[in-house]
Design a protein around this ligand. Structure first.
Ligand SMILES: Nc1ncnc2c1ncn2[C@@H]1O[C@H](COP(=O)(O)OP(=O)(O)OP(=O)(O)O)[C@@H](O)[C@H]1O
Ligand SMILES: [Mg+2]
Length: 246
């Protein structure tokens, strides 16, 4: 069994009266692609945000490689290998595709300073390498806002991977993509497995089944089931939720 990289223990999160997460335990191993599924509003994005640091849990802990990072700033988490691609695109539409990746590589430096600095030349090779990995090298000089929806998602993933994370959190990266773009997304992500684990939220069950080693099912902020894709497919409680609710 793979050694554990990310450990979530007893995480609870409340928004006013609403208990969005009601005590979640989740473990992601090194070199593991882990799927997080569940009906709308079941707490998937909230869980990802508490892991990434955008939200603080009311109770419980989040650890990465044995370090308790529950209350760490987002930037400190990035320094120990965590990266997230959000559900809503966060690219800079009025900058080129190239400059978006350049910025991700140089997170923390001021925009003006970066675009005229010497690091622009120094980082040319890594930027182009990331763009090639995600089939965007021919779009390098185009404005990011002119990319197709699928290409924008790939740009965001390339940006999330620019820091060479060991733990990548992806919130619905294939939403709105064509079946062919989904297949390509899987192909583009598989090669990173040797160095990076993924926790991925997805509604496309076929994608999740073919992509993930382990699947966790959330319902009403609690874990309904966890197992291999084959185990989850056979699970009666999961079938009931998916047949009746989704
Ligand atoms: N910032 C917030 N303030 C108040 N309520 C929130 C907030 N964020 C999420 N919620 C509520 O918490 C619950 C869980 O939301 P969350 O976005 O985590 O669900 P989800 O599983 O990601 O859903 P979807 O599949 O639609 O993306 C929902 O009832 C949602 O309305
Ligand atoms: Mg969500």
């Amino acid at each position: 069994m793979a050694s554990s990289l990310l450990e979530v223990r007893g995480v609870e999160k409340r928004f006013g009266e609403l208990q969005a997460l009601g005590g979640v335990d989740l473990t992601v191993g090194a070199q593991e692609f882990h799927g997080l599924i569940g009906p709308n509003g079941s707490g998937k994005s909230t869980l990802l945000h508490t892991i990434a640091g955008g939200l603080l849990p009311d109770h419980g802990t989040v650890s990465l490689t044995g370090r308790d990072i529950t209350r760490w700033a987002v930037s400190s988490r990035a320094a120990v290998g965590m990266s997230i691609k959000f559900q809503i695109a966060r690219i800079f539409p009025d900058l080129t595709v190239y400059d978006n990746v350049l910025l991700a590589l140089q997170a923390g430096q001021s925009l003006g300073g970066l675009l005229i600095s010497r690091s622009r030349r120094r980082l040319a090779a890594p930027v182009m390498e990331s763009l090639r990995d995600f089939r965007l090298d021919t779009r390098a000089d185009d404005m990011a806002g002119d990319l197709s929806h699928g290409e924008m998602q790939w740009l965001e993933i390339a940006m999330a991977l620019a820091s060479h994370p060991s733990m990548l959190l992806l919130d619905e990266p294939t939403a709105g993509m064509s079946p062919e773009e989904r297949r390509v997304t899987g192909d583009l992500l598989r090669p990173i497995k040797s160095s990076c684990s993924i926790l991925i939220v997805e509604h496309d069950l076929d994608f999740i089944r073919s992509f993930c080693d382990v699947i966790t099912v959330l319902e009403g902020g609690k874990i309904l089931a966890e197992g291999t894709p084959a185990e989850i497919e056979k699970n009666e409680r999961v079938r009931e939720v998916y047949v009746t609710r989704v």
